[in-house]
Write a protein that binds this ligand. Structure first.
Ligand SMILES: Nc1ncnc2c1ncn2[C@@H]1O[C@H](COP(=O)(O)OP(=O)(O)OP(=O)(O)O)[C@@H](O)[C@H]1O
Length: 337
């Protein structure tokens, strides 16, 4: 096995695929934390691990960066088996964000962000420039916050610094263990929103652990639902998971209001019909073609309208009726997998 494969394949790339092949973990006391999981996270995708407490989510995450060694199976990053990599070297190439961030309390924000670049031997100017660039990227003014200490920041700001630190050496992979759960719901929503924008810009391969199905649906390109004993119940896109739960267990887990959640992940274009069939187009509310059925429903409800016009660059490209909103999920549910 080529122990430098991640380095080599990483040249000029921003993300790497992650493959789990029949991965399992039994702790020394006999606890089966992870049964037998196989799944692939494509380069640049965000996969969410979700499931009840103790179902093995963190164990899966920590096997990827070798904080925990699997009892069986293989984990590959861009095709290279992580067990052939030096663990310390490997972890420098994998960003890791945990719930309470774990910033070093006696180091400034800039120094915290520079942790891995320092280990990699970058010079001081390059580290400072990178830290400032990342602070900007996560929405914190470097002049104002760079010299502060962690206790001088709010919980949400510390969380942003945690993300900045994980991105500092431009890793191909980012592992996030309940990164937004330590902040209140309003801040969490804002952080999730910012994080989606950040991910659109950096396009890392991310594995994120959460308890929160709304967070999973909002952030995930794919969601892996785990059950006790680390069994993989389903691995699917949010839309598929909500419209075609693979079992009663998954269905129960994703919740009864999944119909509404499903609107939030279905593109408006899926329910669109030609605009010609609608009269008095100018008086109808509009929704951008990049929006979801949830956006369309919100526009209808606030203007008390049964139709909404879909626009692209301000020009009408189609229309959606209120009944079509609820037909679309059914139509997809009936479609072959
Ligand atoms: N070092 C250990 N020795 C024995 N059992 C362990 C060890 N670490 C974790 N476990 C057990 O393995 C199982 C999976 O733990 P893990 O932390 O991966 O779950 P989780 O899904 O991340 O849980 P939570 O959502 O509560 O954080 C649990 O039953 C846990 O008690």
């Amino acid at each position: 096995m080529d122990a430098t494969a991640i380095n080599d394949s990483g040249a000029g790339r921003t993300a790497a695929s992650i493959t789990l092949e029949n991965v399992g973990k039994v702790y020394p006391d006999g606890t089966v934390a992870v049964g037998d999981i196989s799944l692939e996270v494509r380069a640049g995708e965000l996969a969410v691990l979700i499931g009840p407490s103790g179902c093995g989510k963190s164990t899966v995450l920590r096997m990827i960066n070798r904080l925990i060694e699997p009892s069986k199976g293989r984990i590959l990053i861009d095709g290279a088996d992580v067990s052939a990599q030096d663990p310390v070297e490997l972890r420098r190439q994998i960003g890791y964000v945990i719930q309470n961030v774990g910033l070093f309390p006696h180091q400034s924000i800039r120094t915290n962000i520079g942790t891995v670049p320092r280990l990699l031997g970058w010079n001081r100017k390059r580290i400072k420039d990178r830290a400032d660039e990342l602070l900007e990227l996560v929405g914190l003014d470097p002049k104002r916050y760079g010299g502060r200490y962690p206790h001088e920041l709010s919980g949400g700001q510390r969380q942003r610094v945690g993300v900045a630190r994980a991105l500092a050496a431009d890793p191909l992979v980012l592992l996030m263990d309940e990164p937004f759960s330590a902040v209140d719901p309003i801040v969490r929503g804002r952080l999730q929103e910012e994080f989606l924008r950040l991910q659109a810009a950096v396009r890392k391969t991310i594995v994120l652990v959460t308890h929160d199905i709304d967070e999973a649906v909002r952030l995930g390109d794919r969601i892996a639902v785990l059950a006790e004993g680390g069994r993989l119940m389903q691995y699917a896109t949010p839309a598929d998971l909500l419209s075609r739960p693979a079992s009663a267990t998954v269905s129960e887990f994703v919740g009864t209001d999944r119909g509404v959640r499903r609107l939030a992940v279905t593109p408006v274009r899926d329910a669109m019909r030609p605009v010609g069939q609608i009269e008095e187009i100018g008086r109808l509310p509009t929704v951008d073609v990049s929006g979801t059925l949830y956006d369309a429903l919100a526009a209808m409800l606030t203007s008390d309208s049964l139709n909404v016009v879909v626009v692209s660059d301000g020009k009408p490209v189609g229309a959606v009726s209120r009944s079509a909103l609820f037909d679309a999920p059914n139509a997809e549910a009936a479609a072959p997998a």
